[in-house]
Design a protein around this ligand. Structure first.
Ligand code: TRP
Length: 449
C-alpha cells in the first residue's frame, strides 16, 4: 500500500455520477445519432446493444477490478500487477488514446459552447435546413472562433481537473444529468410527433441486416466502447478512486444502462427529425447541430430550450472530458512524479495543439491528410476503431489470464462482503476469458477483410 494519501470519491452517489458522467457525453448525443445514420440504422443499433451487453459490461468489470485492486493510474496499475511485461501496452494505450480522443472531443466541446451563444440570437432557430447546414459549416471551417472555443472548452476541463477528484469531478457531475435527461426526452417526444417522423422511426427500428458489413460492425464496437468510456484505462483510473466496499456490479450496470438510455433517446430525438426535415441521415458530425435547432424551432419556448440544451450538453461533455484528462494527469503525477498543476498545464498544451490541428482540418487544413484522413477524422478513427478495441481486448485478456482468480473474486465481491453465486462468477470469468476476446478479435479481423 502506498503511504501517500490518495484522493478518492466521497460517496456512492458520487462514484455513480462520476462514472455515468464520464460515459454520458458527446458520444451519446452527438456521435451516436450520426453513427446510426452512417451505418444503416436499426441493424447497427441491435449490434450496438449486443456489444454493450456481451462485451462492454465484462470489460467494465475488468477495468474496475484492475483499478480498484491497485489504487493506481492505468499505467501504474499494470506495472503493479505485471511489472516490466508486454502488458504495459495497456498503460501506453491509455495515455495515447486520451490525447487522441481529447484532440477531437474538445473541438466538438467548443462547438457546443458556440451553439450556446448562437442560441441567444432570435434568428438562430429556423426550419430551414440548408441555412443551418451553411451556418454550421461556415463556422466550423473558419480559422479563429472554433480554435478559440476549443481552447476555452479545454481550459474549463483543465481547471476542474486541477481541483482534484472529490472537489472537482464529483461536485460538478452531480446536478445536471437528470435535467439533461428530461430535456432530451422532451426533444424525442417533439421529434417523434413531427409530420414525416415515421420514416425515421422505421429507420431506427426496422433492421436491414444486409447493411451489416465488417466495417459497420467495427463502427458499432468502437461506438459502444467510446460511449461507455472503455478500452483506454479511463475506468481503471476512476476505479482506483472507488471505495473498497463499493459494489462494482451495481456501478457498472447502472452506468451502462444510463448511458445506453441516453444514446437511444438521443437517436429518437434526432433521427425522426432528420427524416421529417428531409436531411440526409449520413450527414456526419454536423447532424445534431443541423437537426436539433429545427426541432427547437417547433417547440414553445424553443429559444430557451435551445440555450438549456446546449448548455447541458456542454456540461455532459465536460464531465466526460475531465475523465479523459484525469487518465493523463494521474499518469503524470504518479508515474512521472509531476505536480498536478504541471501535469494539467502540459496536457493542456499538448491537446491544445493537436486539437487546433483537428479544428483547422475542418477548414484551411482540410487537404492535409494523415493516412488518408483529415486530422479530425484521424484522431476519431484511430482512437475509437483501433485503440479502444485493442485496449479492451488486452484488458479482458489481462484479467482473464494474467490476474489471480482469487484477486478477481475478491474485487468483484468487495472482499467477500457481497455474495456472488459460484456459477455467476464462473460465467463472468468465462466471458472475460473467452467470449469477449474472441468476439473483439472477430470484429477486428472482419473489418480488415
Ligand atoms: N464516453 C464519453 C462520451 O460518450 C467520452 C469518453 C470519456 C471516453 N472517457 C472516455 C471515450 C474514455 C473513450 C474512452 O462522450
Amino acid at each position: 500500500m502506498s503511504t501517500i494519501q490518495r484522493d478518492g470519491f466521497g460517496s456512492r452517489f458520487g462514484v455513480l455520477v462520476a462514472v455515468a458522467g464520464s460515459a454520458v457525453g458527446l458520444g451519446n448525443l452527438w456521435r451516436f445519432p450520426y453513427m446510426v445514420g452512417n451505418n444503416g440504422g436499426a441493424a447497427f443499433i441491435i449490434l450496438y446493444l449486443a456489444f454493450v451487453i456481451v462485451l462492454c459490461l465484462p470489460i467494465m468489470f475488468s477495468e474496475f477490478i484492475i483499478g480498484r485492486r491497485t489504487q493506481s493510474n492505468a499505467f501504474g496499475a499494470i506495472k503493479k500487477l505485471a511489472p516490466r511485461s508486454g502488458w504495459l501496452t495497456i498503460g501506453v494505450i491509455s495515455v495515447v488514446a486520451s490525447v487522441a480522443i481529447m484532440s477531437f472531443y474538445s473541438v466538438v466541446g467548443g462547438w457546443t459552447l458556440d451553439y450556446i451563444i448562437k442560441s441567444f440570437s432570435p434568428s438562430f432557430l429556423t426550419s430551414d435546413s440548408s441555412s443551418l447546414a451553411g451556418q454550421f459549416s461556415g463556422y466550423t471551417s473558419s480559422s479563429v472562433m472554433p480554435v478559440v472555443t476549443h481552447l476555452l472548452f479545454l481550459a474549463i476541463s483543465a481547471l476542474i481537473v486541477v481541483a482534484g477528484v472529490k472537489n472537482g469531478i464529483e461536485r460538478y457531475s452531480k446536478i445536471l444529468m437528470p435535467v439533461l435527461f428530461f430535456l432530451v426526452l422532451l426533444l424525442a417526444i417533439r421529434s417523434l410527433t413531427l409530420d414525416g417522423a415515421g420514416a425515421g422511426v422505421e429507420f431506427l427500428f426496422k433492421p436491414d441486416f444486409s447493411k451489416i458489413t465488417g466495417k459497420t460492425a467495427l463502427a458499432a464496437l468502437g461506438q459502444a466502447f467510446f460511449s461507455l468510456s472503455l478500452g483506454m484505462g479511463c475506468i481503471i483510473t476512476y476505479g482506483s478512486y472507488v471505495n473498497k466496499k463499493e459494489n462494482l456490479f451495481k456501478i457498472s450496470f447502472i452506468s451502462a444502462f444510463a448511458d445506453t438510455g441516453f444514446a437511444i433517446l438521443a437517436g429518437l430525438a434526432v433521427v425522426p427529425a432528420v427524416f421529417a426535415f428531409g436531411i440526409s441521415p449520413s450527414e456526419g458530425p454536423s447532424l445534431v447541430f443541423i437537426t436539433l435547432p429545427q426541432v427547437f424551432a417547433q417547440l414553445p419556448f424553443g429559444q430557451i430550450i435551445s440555450i438549456a440544451f446546449f448548455f447541458i450538453l456542454l456540461i455532459a461533455a465536460l464531465t466526460s472530458a475531465i475523465s479523459l484528462l484525469e487518465v493523463i494527469v494521474a499518469f503524470c503525477t504518479e508515474e512521472l512524479k509531476w505536480s498536478r498543476k504541471g501535469a494539467v498545464i502540459a496536457t493542456f498544451l499538448l491537446i491544445g495543439f493537436f486539437g487546433s490541428l483537428s479544428s483547422l482540418s475542418q477548414g484551411i487544413l482540410a487537404d492535409v491528410k494523415v493516412f488518408g484522413k483529415t486530422f479530425f477524422d484521424f484522431f476519431d478513427y484511430t482512437s475509437s476503431n483501433i485503440m479502444l478495441p485493442v485496449g479492451g481486448l488486452l484488458v479482458v485478456l489481462f484479467v482473464g489470464w494474467k490476474m489471480k482468480v482469487s484477486d478477481v473474486y475478491d474485487e468483484l465481491t468487495s472482499g467477500a462482503t457481497i455474495s456472488l453465486k459460484g456459477w455467476i462468477f464462473k460465467s463472468i470469468l468465462f466471458i472475460i476469458k473467452y467470449v469477449a476476446p474472441i468476439a473483439i478479435l472477430i470484429v477486428l479481423i472482419n473489418s480488415l477483410l
